[in-house]
Design a protein around this ligand. Structure first.
Ligand code: GLA
Length: 382
């Protein structure tokens, strides 16, 4: 699948710029559990997948840079010395942001051309943005021998998202996309930025994604609001992040915060704990417990953190009605995108079909069912 995509950007690059490019594949990610915990210094449990962004990149001697988004059939020409963010929602902000953040580190790059194309559906909550940012920084590092480590690269990608895209994201997406390991998920401690790979083989069970195919507006501002609420509570508690507090600590300030924000902080503390328990359940091959934790995660995201939406809740309710589904929850930032389901292999296809039918009846639109393979992180394609 990614080979076809890479071939396509390569051919397009040669046709357009008459030279051989360096080819990069940068994957999207799923997340088993641990949502909205990354910017709270907590644990997450993501994995890179076999869908992502293929990019072709090479130096240019034309006196300027050109970036082409093949999916959107959109081309942009720009100068390296006069970068500023384009209007909100523009794809080029991912490219400009990465370039600007590389320059901020006093690294010198020359003019370049880049063509990219992806196969992660937009708004699926599978981090096409992190995949794109990582492909750009990885390509430029290679092209101009910048000597950046992978960790430096993902911090550049994250800053691009903060400063050019305007989403104050955590590090999960960029980390998973860059450091992914085939057939593994990564239990990542976002405070130390250290991860432990877990081989994912659920035997007669598997992970299944169902995309609501909706992305409600305001999701970016709601995301930033959640983050600042968490930071405010951490400041009241005089800790760096909510990772450093327990439910007992939180109870002590119950009268100083709004009930809504109290629930949000409580969710974060509980989700960090659930993520660690999920890792243990996987170690012990205890899929029942893993499923229960996944359902509890959704419950918290829906009722305490309030980042779900009707379409996601409906798909999780469908899962709950099916005895072959051990757990289901919304995945990613929220307000749309996918649910992730832990389901018996023999029932996956029929559940996908029945959930799709019910979804169509209820919302008068289609959802999409994806089977994904866990894959390696951002890499050069030879
Ligand atoms: C988005 C952000 C991540 C993370 C998730 C929620 O994907 O980019 O950093 O916060 O939402 O877990």
């Amino acid at each position: 699948m990614s080979a076809k995509l890479t071939k396509e950007v390569q051919q397009q690059f040669i046709e357009t710029f008459k030279t051989e490019p360096i080819l990069i594949f940068s994957p999207g990610r799923i997340n088993i559990i641990g949502e909205h915990t990354d910017y709270n210094g907590g644990f997450v449990f993501p994995a890179a997948v076999d869908k992502g962004i293929a990019a072709a990149i090479q130096k240019s001697d034309s006196g300027s840079c050109i970036a082409i988004a093949l999916d959107l059939d959109s081309t942009i020409k720009f100068q390296l010395d006069s970068l500023k963010p384009s209007k909100e929602g523009s794809w080029e902000n991912y490219v400009f942001g990465v370039v600007a953040e590389i320059q901020n580190k006093n690294k010198v790059i020359g003019n370049f051309n880049i063509i990219f194309k992806g196969n992660i559906p937009e708004g699926a909550g599978m981090s096409s943005s992190a995949a794109l940012e990582n492909s750009v920084v990885f390509g430029l590092n290679e092209l101009f021998n910048l000597g950046l480590t992978k960790t430096e690269m993902i911090l550049i990608s994250q800053k691009a998202e903060h400063n050019y895209v305007g989403v104050k994201c955590g590090i999960m997406d960029q980390y998973a996309s860059m450091f992914g390991i085939k057939e593994n998920a990564l239990l990542l401690d976002c405070r130390t930025m250290e991860s432990k790979p877990y081989q994912i083989d659920f035997k007669d069970h598997q992970l299944l994604l169902i995309n609501t195919n909706v992305k409600h507006s305001l999701s970016d501002s709601a995301y930033n609001d959640r983050r600042s609420a968490c930071e405010t509570i951490a400041a009241i508690l005089k800790v760096e992040t909510l990772r450093d507090v327990t439910e007992k600590d939180l109870v002590k300030i119950i009268d100083t915060v709004t009930p809504e924000n109290y629930q949000k902080a409580l969710y974060v503390i509980q989700e960090i704990e659930r993520t660690q328990k999920a890792a243990k359940a996987i170690e012990e091959n205890d899929l029942e417990t893993l499923g229960t934790l996944i359902y509890a995660s959704h419950n918290g995201l829906q009722n305490q953190y309030k980042v779900s939406c009707d379409e996601l809740d409906f798909l999780v309710a469908q899962a709950k009605k099916n005895k072959h589904v051990l757990g289901a929850r919304m995945m990613g930032g929220g307000f749309g995108g996918c649910t992730i389901n832990l389901i018996a292999k023999t029932a996956a296809k029929s559940f996908g079909e029945s959930a799709s039918k019910a979804y169509q009846n209820k919302f008068d639109k289609d959802c999409s069912v994806y089977f994904v393979n866990l894959s390696d992180g951002t890499h050069i394609v030879k």
